[in-house]
Design a protein around this ligand. Structure first.
Ligand code: NAD
Length: 291
């Protein structure tokens, strides 16, 4: 398949490389990042999109996505699909889909879970919003770049699934960390706490698969001095998108709102930037109740 790939950063670079490795003809463009092996460098986003059956984007935010979509949709061939894999606000995803439809193009919002490791290994999960036809067309590419693609519904549903998932993740990680810090102060051994909670009703992915306490449970960023992993500032980005969506949809999300404020403090006023999001545990452990 002839593919255009715009945004070749930490995620987009290895994703484009995997498509090229699988035998697809990939033209790539990025303002700064180098073109990975096997991908042909285009001079502009428009050039990367010309003649492509699918144009993939992997960009920092909704504003940049809107600008790039405005640039490339007029250059895309009729019937081609614009598939955005970035994490952006639901409103931008829906607006870009409407713009693509008006130009006779298909559109998908297909944010991913799995991080840089998953992008390199081709094991991402795609959560996808858009039409059945567009989903069927891009599915073979999702199968190369990832291990699972879930068609979630109409335009915007992929982004909705992503931010709801990450709002749950942010809240469960925060409460898991504060529970470990409370257990410390109550004199409860961390290993015993893990043994009980990981097999009791408090279990979660945060406790069982990504335990924030070093030396306990499976290997996680806690065992590597809280180097990410999933950086606290990326969690903050996703939490802010969840609150923006909640605001627009008039949804009551008190836990999501609270954990967004917590991560904002951690990243912007404390030492959270550049650390894994599970580094909330040493933060809580070092504080008293009214700190
Ligand atoms: P990144 O900053 O490494 O890559 C983004 C790339 O977009 C950069 O190379 C930048 O030069 C390029 N870019 C910006 N404006 C452009 C333009 N107008 N034209 C062409 N290229 C342009 O970020 P990343 O880590 O690859 O993340 C990309 C997206 O994936 C984000 O939306 C992020 O939230 C999401 N995401 C990231 C992770 C992760 O672990 N890094 C995990 C899941 C989702």
């Amino acid at each position: 398949m002839k593919i255009g790939f715009i945004g070749l950063g930490n995620m987009g670079g290895p994703m484009a490389a995997n498509l090229a490795k699988a035998g697809h003809e990939v033209a790539g463009f990025d303002l700064t990042a180098p073109c990975p092996a096997g991908v042909t460098a285009a001079d502009s986003a428009t050039k990367a999109a010309e003649g492509a059956e699918v144009v993939l984007t992997m960009l920092p935010n909704g504003e940049i996505l809107r600008a790039v979509a405005g640039e490339v949709t007029p250059a895309m061939q009729a019937g081609a699909v614009l598939c955005d894999c970035s994490t952006v606000d639901v409103a931008s995803a829906r607006d870009v889909a409407a713009q693509a439809a008006a130009a006779g193009l298909g559109a998908l919002d297909a944010p991913v879970s799995g991080g840089v490791g998953g992008a390199a290994a081709g094991t991402l999960t795609f959560m996808v919003g858009g039409s059945e036809d567009a989903f069927a067309k891009v599915l073979p590419l999702f199968e190369i770049m990832g291990q699972k693609a879930v068609h979630c519904g109409a335009a915007g549903s992929g982004q909705a699934a992503k931010i709801c998932n990450n709002m749950i993740l942010g809240v469960t990680m925060a409460v898991t960390c504060e529970a470990f810090a409370l257990a410390d102060k109550l004199g409860l051994d961390r290993q015993k706490m893990f043994d009980v909670v990981s097999t009791s009703s408090g279990y979660s992915w945060s406790m069982n698969a990504y335990c924030p306490a070093p030396g306990i449970g499976p290997q996680s960023p806690a065992d590597n001095d809280y180097k990410p992993g999933f950086a606290a500032e990326l969690m903050l980005k996703d939490l802010r998108l969840s609150q923006q969506a909640a605001e627009e949809a008039d949804a009551d999300t008190p836990m999501g709102q609270h954990v967004t404020e917590l991560f904002a403090r951690f990243v912007e006023q404390e030492d959270g930037k550049g650390r894994d999001f599970s580094a909330l545990l040493p933060r809580f452990a070092a504080r008293g109740r009214n700190a």
